[in-house]
Design a protein around this ligand. Sequence first.
Ligand code: AKG
Length: 263
Amino acid sequence: MIPRFTAGHNHDVLADALLKSGALIIEGLAAAARIEAFNADLQPQYERLGAEFQNDFNGYLTRRVGGVAEHSSEFQHLFAHPEVLALAEAVLGPHCEVIQVGSTTAIEILPGEQAQVLHADDSIYPTDYFPFEMQVSALWALDDFTEENGATRVIPGSHRNGSHPGEASRNSLAAEMPSGSVVLYLGSTLHGGGANESDRPRRALVNTYTLGWLRQEENQYLTLPAEAVAAQPEAVQRLLGFQAHGPHLGVWPGDPDGLWFDS
Ligand SMILES: O=C(O)CCC(=O)C(=O)O
């Protein structure tokens, strides 16, 4: 079972559930109007760029868009949602000074797409060197997610400190949830997009958060135009990596904390 909560639940309870199960769902975290506006902003981008990301891993009936901060003014509200950030902080905060973005990806799984191979997002890092989680992913349902339309599949307990069930018992579960809900999973939790056997696309936004001293999966400094960064509130700019990690790592002349001349 994927633990399931509604918005406004106690953060400590949620953090415990995430660390124990490796995944959890929070229903009804974003208003329908916000999701509708985000989808409207992204639709032309799927048409323009979405097919460029098609490959064996992403699928050939899936359209993706990266660098999402540039494409919708609604992005910031999902990316910096306080309940999501509280959980990312709870998992990652003990191992870094500040957390930061890993990647931002809008995903449209089209009818007929097969299930994606199950994987752990933190496989991009040398996780064997570190005895703690390096990443948290927050995948927002931008349509109602059902088993039929390709709801993200998750294996609770498959994370590094989980029960590590044997291959035979590794049955993935569909993160069924209404639009505006989010499924969070640890970087080491096995998951993947489901097969879309419906006749409509299934849309999602997945943002990953990582330790502030790691390299970003999606390099925001070179991906986002300066105007797109400047349009974000300061807290979002910082989360996108536009702040140093501690007093010495990643400083630059425009550092918001004036660390450049101190380091
Ligand atoms: O689209 C989904 O449901 C999951 C996508 C995913 O896990 C990935 O591409 O890393």
